[in-house]
Every structure is written in C-alpha cells, then in structure tokens.
Design a protein around this ligand. Structure first.
Ligand SMILES: NC(=O)c1ccc[n+]([C@@H]2O[C@H](COP(=O)([O-])OP(=O)(O)OC[C@H]3O[C@@H](n4cnc5c(N)ncnc54)[C@H](OP(=O)(O)O)[C@@H]3O)[C@@H](O)[C@H]2O)c1
Length: 281
C-alpha cells in the first residue's frame, strides 16, 4: 500500500484512539489531532488547524463536543476549506444518528469535492465506561430520564474498525454508513446487564428530564454541556429512526456488531465499574 499520511482528530478519544492503534499496527503513518498532541489541534483555536493538516492525505474528523452544538457547522466548513487547500484527498466524518444539525455538517463534507465516507453512529456502549454515565454506575445508583427509550448501543471498537476500512479503501467513498449495535436496550436493560457483569447491585430509576437537568445545574455543570444533554434527550433519544437496528457494521466488516453483553463482560474485567474505594470499606 502506498505511504499515506493520516490525521486522526480526537486521536486519543473513544473512537480515535482505536483508529490510531489499528492504523499504526498496519504500519501506516498517523498524526494525532488533539490539544495535547505534538502538533496541537484545538477546535477552539482555528489558527492551529493549518499546521495539523500540513502534508496530510486523509482525515478522520471527530468534532468536540458534538456536531449539533452551535458553531459546529461553521467549524466544519472552515476545516474542510483548509483541508482542500492543503491537498487532503479524503475525509471520514463521525456523525450522530438522528441529529438534524449533524446532517448539515455532513453536507459540507459530502459537497466538498473530496472523497468522503460518513459514519453515522448510534449511542456508544462506552458512554457507560468512558463518559457521562460512568460515575453514577460506580456510585451504584443511576437516575436517568426516558425509561421507555430503546437504543441500539454501538461499540467504539466497531466504529473504529469501520473508520479504518473507510480510510484505507476507495470502495467506501461516497457512502453514508448508519452504524448500530445488534439489539435495542432500555436504560433498565443496560444497568441490569452491567450489574450482572460486574457482580454489583446497581440500581436504575427513572427521573423527569427537568429533575435530571436541575441536578446538573445545582452541581454547576457548564451551561453548554447541559444544553447538549437536553438536546440528546429531547431530539436524539425520541427520534424513532434511532430505535432501529441496522446491519451496516456487518456489511462493512463482514462480521456481526459486538453485543452490549460482550462489551459489559470485557469492561467489567477491567475493574472500571467497581465501587469507589470509600464505599467498599
Ligand atoms: N458518545 C456517543 O454516544 C456518540 C454517538 C454518536 C456520535 N458521537 C460523536 O462522537 C464525537 C466524539 O468522538 P469520540 O467519542 O471518539 O471522542 P471523545 O472521546 O469525546 O474525544 C476525546 C478526544 O478529543 C480531543 N479533544 C477534546 N476537546 C478538544 C478540542 N477542543 N479540540 C481538539 N481536540 C479535542 C481529546 O484530546 P485532548 O484532550 O488532548 O484535546 C481526545 O483526543 C462527537 O462529535 C459526538 O457527536 C458520539
């Protein structure tokens, strides 16, 4: 394979880290795009984007914090324009399933004139082990709104494998992949599976969205983060197109998507869901 240069934006994050690992194992030349990288890339500092894109052939774009937030569209427009000017040939964009605002950003990539693949993902398994749902699980009580929502949780390992395929092979050019896991699960289902896998008694109880957001406000969570959580619950979780299982993971990888149970078993073995030390004494 010819020697290409890859920029993986968010290359130490939930999906990017795994993309970097796989490409590196395949002997590819990879640059991490993040605020702490050797050549820093910061979504809040557009002046950092030129240097990060210098000499790059293909880019995996994971936007922070989410393509739905105000300003994301303009940021993607600017990034794509710079990428084009710098001679980038292909873009792979991580997008969110059922997010209208994210689809506007997808259009910027689709209409860029560059080769592209759009990877539209449903909610990640790893939200329960590397993100906002981890702490309540460790504490043993998970209070979340929308107990009726059924989500086809998706593993970040599967996303990364699809992204690597898309970056390396032209047959994925022009495709929009809608990635989901293999089954629909409610929050109650998820917490039961995690309880069983970790051998702990973790409780789930439903709360109203208002009560959930109020707790965050009392804890001085930044307003932009609360806005995003509200958006995800009121636009993404309620969107009926999100309660659908697709077979795009299998179509691309020629193997089934990882189940939440397999993820839970592997994750429990790392100890991340153990009770905090002060609770075990
Ligand atoms: N979570 C879900 O269920 C879900 C579902 C569908 C789509 N998505 C999309 O996934 C994307 C996030 O991808 P991910 O989960 O793989 O990444 P992630 O784990 O959220 O991101 C962490 C990475 O981003 C870097 N980063 C953080 N803030 C940055 C900034 N201001 N500028 C540049 N880099 C920054 C971090 O490195 P440094 O700290 O060193 O900068 C790290 O490499 C979002 O666009 C989200 O919409 C998420």
């Amino acid at each position: 394979m010819k020697n290409e240069q890859f920029l993986i934006i968010g290359g130490t994050g939930k999906t990017g880290r795994k993309v970097v690992e796989s490409l590196t194992q395949l002997g590819q030349s990879v640059r991490i795009g993040s605020r702490s990288a050797a050549i820093p890339f910061d979504w809040d500092q557009p002046t950092t984007w030129e240097a990060a894109l210098e000499g790059i052939d293909k880019v995996y774009i994971t936007f922070q914090p989410d393509l739905a937030v105000p300003g994301a569209f303009e940021a993607i427009e600017t990034l794509v324009a710079i990428a084009k000017r710098k001679g980038v040939k292909k873009l792979v964009l991580l997008s969110g399933k059922g997010e209208t605002e994210a689809e506007r950003c997808e259009q910027v990539v689709i209409n860029s004139g560059l080769d592209y693949t759009i990877v539209r993902a449903s909610w990640f398994n790893q939200n329960f082990s590397e993100s906002f749902f981890l702490e309540p699980i460790q504490q043993g009580t998970v209070a979340l709104p929308m107990p009726e929502a059924r989500v086809p949780y998706l593993d970040t390992g599967d996303i990364a494998d699809v992204v690597v395929e898309a970056l390396l092979h032209d047959e994925h050019n022009g495709e929009i992949y809608e990635l989901t896991g293999p089954e629909l699960l409610t929050f109650k289902d998820v917490i039961e599976i995690i309880s069983e896998a970790s051998g702990r008694d973790i409780n789930y109880f439903p709360v109203s969205l208002e009560a959930y957001l109020d707790v965050m406000k009392q804890q001085d969570v930044p307003a932009s983060y609360i806005w995003l959580i509200e958006y995800l619950f009121t636009h993404v979780l309620v969107n009926p197109t999100n309660s659908v299982v697709t077979n795009d993971v299998e179509k691309v990888l020629k193997r089934p998507a990882k189940s939440f149970r397999s993820y839970a078993k592997e994750t429990a073995a790392t100890g991340v869901w153990n009770a905090p030390k002060e609770m075990t004494h």
